[in-house]
Design a binder for this molecule. Structure first.
Ligand code: SF4
Ligand code: SF4
Length: 378
């Protein structure tokens, strides 16, 4: 099996302000390209696109391709589960939404401190094991955004886990919050196949500061910036799948081309990545991966990842005056119902949803200062 998976987390939308408005026709095109080029692994989850990622999978894949031609991974949303009687209905709903009668890979989604109710108070592991025994799950594993110590404890408690899905990319490799390298080493110690998510850190590593990009382009003018990040993860031992979270046909095409042209990084290139990481870290402001888990928690409808994306871009460009980014903020502020950064009431409901452990309300203050006071004097 080729080791590039189609992560269906950031699908193209018909309305950029409506997460559920998946552009199903564009997804069909992307899936056809993916399958034509010999790839067949798809990754979805219950909350992605408010349920419509699973629906997009059904419409684009299971209704259009024979069952034996593709592989699907889906996930049990531990963070939404607080009682035993939710398990079976959710699992059955997932089968129905995706249009399959078994999952090739099934994961307990984000086993970590903030989803503990879903697996300590409720026997979610037991339920998943039962579904596996009934043949509705072929391979059972887990994903996590917890640290390495937490992961090791869980793997000790659950030796039945057959694989893990981890957030790994060159920027997070030594990050003390994410602990990519340490989590990777735990998985290797337990001899578990590793699936990788966020190889481009939510697209961030495809659009790095100019100074870092120049280092890469000076060394190899033909290689895309994203290809360096993909080569970093593809060169790791024990990796059985890297999920590409492409949002367009062009991005998917690029990821496929980069995958097909893979060569391991040499020592000079590792050094360049090291320097690029330092430059990015000195510029990056908010380590948001745009996973959107926080969106539903916000009572005043602030599009948190969008505002953080604008803020990061603004900081990276380091411009004092009128910027395209600032302009984008004004456009955002005119969307009916969109919460401004200054609308944040510091309820902190979003914090526990954030796998990157970002203190969202604190950053939101800075976003408001930057865009609403510094530039526009709102
Ligand atoms: S702290 Fe602010 S951003 Fe977070 S959920 Fe509350 S209002 Fe929304
Ligand atoms: S702030 Fe956190 S939860 Fe929200 S989109 Fe960014 S990384 Fe995800």
């Amino acid at each position: 099996m080729k080791k590039l998976g189609f992560g269906m987390m950031r699908l193209p939308l018909l309305d950029v302000n409506d997460e559920s408005s998946v552009d199903f026709e564009s997804v069909n095109e992307m899936v056809d390209l993916f399958m034509d080029r010999g790839f067949n692994f798809f990754d979805t989850a219950y909350p992605y696109h408010m349920g419509n990622s699973e629906v997009a999978f059904r419409k684009a894949v299971s209704e259009r391709y024979p069952r034996e031609s593709y592989v699907i991974a889906d996930k049990l949303p531990l963070f939404s589960i607080n009682s035993e009687d939710q398990l079976e209905p959710i699992f059955n709903e997932q089968l129905e939404r995706t249009g399959v009668d078994y999952f090739d890979y099934y994961l307990l989604h984000n086993v970590s401190g903030f989803s503990e109710t879903g697996f300590l108070d409720v026997n979610s592991f037991g339920f998943a094991n039962k579904m596996k025994a009934e043949g509705k799950i072929k391979h059972l594993g887990l994903s996590t955004h917890a640290n390495a110590e937490y992961l090791e404890n869980i793997l000790n408690l659950h030796p039945e886990m057959e694989f893990v899905l981890l957030q790994i990319n060159y920027l997070d490799w030594e990050n003390e919050g994410v602990e990519s390298r340490k989590c990777y080493e735990v998985a290797r110690k337990y001899d578990l196949p590793i699936l990788i998510m966020e190889p481009l850190k939510g697209g961030f590593l495809a659009d790095i500061p100019d100074e870092a990009e120049k280092l890469m382009k000076d060394y190899n003018p033909d290689a895309s910036v994203a290809s360096w990040a993909m080569r970093f993860v593809n060169g790791l031992d024990g990796v059985c799948m890297v999920l590409s979270g492409a949002s367009s046909l062009e991005q998917l095409q690029q990821n496929i081309d980069d995958y097909e042209n893979f060569t391991p990084l040499n020592d000079d290139e590792y050094e360049i990545i090291e320097k690029a990481r330092e430059i990015i870290n000195s510029n990056i402001t908010v380590e948001c991966t745009k996973c959107k888990y926080c969106l539903e928690a916000c009572p005043v409808s602030i599009n948190i990842p969008k505002l953080f994306d604008l803020y990061n871009n603004d900081m990276i460009q380091n411009l004092d005056q009128w910027t395209a980014v600032g302009n984008a903020y004004v456009n955002y502020s005119k969307i009916p119902g969109a919460g401004l950064a200054s609308d944040c009431i510091y309820c902190k409901d979003c914090i526990e949803e954030c796998p990157q452990h970002i203190n969202i309300p604190e950053v939101m203050k800075k976003v408001a200062e930057r865009f609403e006071r510094d530039i526009y004097g709102f």
